[in-house]
Design a binder for this molecule. Structure first.
Ligand SMILES: NC(=O)c1ccc[n+]([C@@H]2O[C@H](COP(=O)([O-])OP(=O)(O)OC[C@H]3O[C@@H](n4cnc5c(N)ncnc54)[C@H](O)[C@@H]3O)[C@@H](O)[C@H]2O)c1
Length: 281
């Protein structure tokens, strides 16, 4: 496939681009930053004209795009003022979804986020492991934006039965060099309580995007994408006893398994995370 990846130069984008290229796909990078290259376009995704034009083609570099992976965003709260954050993120997503639809592209994967599950968990989650059946509970503007992007996609697919849009609710993205910090968290269970001790290796993030492009059914669906384990040495049940003692447990929790449930991503998409921080420290 010829695949446009927005936000390709970002932390997650690097892992996604590598996974797609390794699988033999041609990737065209859309990002505001980055060097000049034959498969790379410098673009401001908040400008619909630029997005529509570039998706239709850039010089002789690409035509006949099969899929769009939309990762570009202001990636966390507190980087820019709240209104700028939600305006920029929604504008980019509206522009990318609309330009892709207008160009007849029927496969779209976009980066949603674990944040809409209730992070920073100041209020306990309804149950653990937390899965996609739990109602979204955004607690800040960044997460509200991710919720609204999911809703936008849900509405768009109603108009076009061939359209496949997949929202991947990534946990906290890690590059290999980030694992050096993990041992410093082990003495205190409260340090990583805020996201139920979750993370995702960016290479596994890339695998999740690949599987979504390959296996998503028509319509809209959303999946939690996390590593198979937590960021902690202690068994997951001990973490729950310490930080979430009264939260109902929906099933037996084994060993150090993730408390952000990836069962649906495994069953529906064929996602199978390969990387654990334990192999790198
Ligand atoms: N990093 C995490 O822990 C995390 C967790 C869950 C979800 N996400 C989501 O994953 C996606 C990627 O996050 P990341 O951590 O790689 O972020 P990042 O900031 O490292 O990368 C984002 C990229 O988007 C580009 N970009 C931003 N605004 C742009 C614009 N107007 N025009 C063109 N390019 C623009 C940036 O240049 C950057 O290269 C985002 O949608 C983010 O919300 C990230």
């Amino acid at each position: 496939m010829q695949i446009i990846v927005t936000g390709s130069r970002g932390k997650l984008g690097v892992g996604v681009v590598a996974a797609l290229r390794e699988a033999g796909h041609r990737v065209i990078e859309f990002d505001a930053r980055g060097e000049r290259g034959p498969d790379s376009v410098q673009i401001d995704l908040t400008d619909y004209g630029q997005v529509a034009d570039a998706i239709a083609g850039v010089e002789e570099r690409h035509s006949g795009v099969d899929a769009v992976v939309h990762l570009a965003a202001v990636p966390a709260p507190g980087i820019v003022p709240d209104t700028a954050l939600i305006t920029q993120n929604l504008t980019m997503t509206i522009n990318v979804f609309q330009a892709a639809r207008r160009a007849g592209i029927s496969r779209i994967v976009h980066a949603s986020s674990e944040t809409l599950l209730g992070i920073p968990m100041a209020i306990d989650p309804p149950y653990v492991p937390l899965d996609e059946a739990a109602p979204t509970r955004p607690e800040f503007m960044y997460a509200v934006g991710k919720h609204l992007e999911e809703e936008l996609a849900r509405k768009l697919v109603r108009w076009d039965p061939a359209l496949r849009i997949t929202g991947l609710r990534f946990s906290n993205v890690m590059a290999e060099e980030d694992y050096a910090e993990f041992p410093s968290w082990q003495h205190d269970t409260s340090v990583r309580r805020w996201n139920l001790f979750g993370y995702i290796d960016r290479r596994d993030g890339g695998q999740a995007v690949l599987r979504a492009l390959e296996n998503a059914a028509p319509g809209y669906d959303t999946f939690i994408i996390a590593a198979a384990d937590t960021v902690m040495e202690r068994p997951s049940v001990e973490l729950l006893d310490a930080e979430f003692p009264t939260v109902p447990r929906s099933r037996d929790i084994v060993g150090r398994e993730t408390l952000l449930d990836i069962t649906r991503a495994r069953d529906v998409l064929g996602y199978a995370p390969q990387h654990s921080w334990r192999d790198y420290v």
